[in-house]
Design a protein around this ligand. Structure first.
Ligand SMILES: [Zn+2]
Length: 360
């Protein structure tokens, strides 16, 4: 995807962010999604040094902190009709982290405590992101608790009943459900899929982390089952969103993944595709890559790619969620590293996005 510039930016300092935002606009337009934070950001044409100083002077009560551009948060438009629902997928631009942005002056919205970033920056980014999420609509809740997990690629789902004071240790698992006002559930990803599920009648929310292992462990199916068991959620009242993650275009997997899915899912063959390697080096120097293996068993052959979003969409369907109530963002994080952090796309050296669902 190209980041076409439709008009010349009047400010060089915001040019790369504007380009990133336009890129996101184009991505979202293609999949029928919008984001909701642009109005919190002044138009680039009016952003002069003096107006920035004025704005800074007006914020007397705010403690002096590192300047940060507003993050772009992706939201599910069909969910905007629920004023009690807090929802959003973070993206890369905005924030104060520089750890993964050596070539740009813009801060980034790393929301995971990664080795290369500072705890202070991540904490600040989390504050900015959460504030953006909560300010999007009317009154913020009195008490807000953001609960995260130590994600372990499992099928483990917790019911979260408010914060546990003094308990700083994160629980290990990959899914959470909650029904308390003020409770926000957060999932961190950089290629794995964040999946949000909402019972719009009973006001129950759920958030899941689904890489291939969690998907094979049926984290989403289990999670929806848990919503039914704990809160009596009915499938007809459920709606789901599959956030940004690695696409089938970039997600080459090994035989162990294929075998695991084949043994788990009757529709497994619909989740994989064969992709032929078009590496120009291999095309130019095929002799370097010749193997002695029998035809069909060569590394030169097609690689197997997994469609993780489709796998989880199928689980949501099996759990009874209506096809039209499943919103798939459908944007590949590895293809769009300017807009999203991608573990694969950046060989592991990257930040994390956060996906949040909660009750106001
Ligand atoms: Zn891709």
């Amino acid at each position: 995807m190209s980041l076409r510039t439709k008009k010349t930016s009047s400010s060089t300092s915001t040019a790369s962010l504007d380009a990133a935002l336009r890129g996101i606009d184009e991505l979202l337009g293609a999949v029928g999604l919008t984001h909701g934070t642009r109005r919190t950001r002044p138009p680039a044409s009016k952003k002069t040094a003096s107006s920035a100083r004025q704005a800074a002077a007006q914020k007397k009560s705010a403690p002096k902190k590192k300047a940060a551009s507003s993050p772009t948060v992706l939201r599910v438009p069909a969910w905007e009709r629920y004023p009690w629902l807090v929802q959003g997928f973070s993206t890369r631009p905005g924030g104060v982290s520089k750890a993964y942005a050596p070539r740009t002056l813009q801060g980034e919205m790393n929301l995971g405590f990664t080795v290369s970033d500072t705890q202070k920056n991540v904490q600040r980014n989390r504050e900015i992101f959460l504030r953006t999420l909560l300010e999007a609509k009317s009154a913020p809740p009195k008490h807000v608790a953001l609960t995260l997990l130590r994600q372990i690629h499992s099928g483990i789902v917790y019911r979260v009943d408010g914060a546990r004071p003094g308990d700083a240790a994160l629980r290990s698992g990959d899914g959470m459900i909650a029904a308390q006002p003020g409770q926000m559930l957060g999932i961190l990803t950089a290629d794995c899929l964040p999946i949000l599920v909402v019972d719009v009648r009973q006001r129950v929310v759920a958030a899941f982390h689904a890489g291939w292992r969690g998907t094979a462990a049926r984290i989403v199916e289990r999670g929806v089952g848990r919503m039914q068991a704990e809160f009596g959620s009915k499938p007809a009242d459920l709606t789901a969103a599959i956030g940004p993650g690695i696409g089938a275009c970039c997600y080459a997997v090994g035989d162990e993944v294929r075998n695991e899915f084949d043994s788990q899912f009757a529709y497994s063959d619909q989740l994989f595709r064969e992709v032929y390697d078009s590496d120009p080096i291999k095309e130019k120097y095929p002799l370097l890559f010749l193997t002695a293996r029998a035809p069909g068993h060569s590394d030169l052959g097609p690689s197997t790619h997994l469609d993780l979003a489709e796998a989880n969409r199928r689980q949501l369907l099996d759990a009874g969620v209506g096809e039209r109530k499943i919103h798939v963002l459908g944007v590949c994080t590895a293809c769009h590293a300017a807009q999203f952090f991608s573990h694969r796309g950046e060989q592991g050296f990257t930040g994390r996005m956060m996906s949040v669902v909660g009750i106001r």
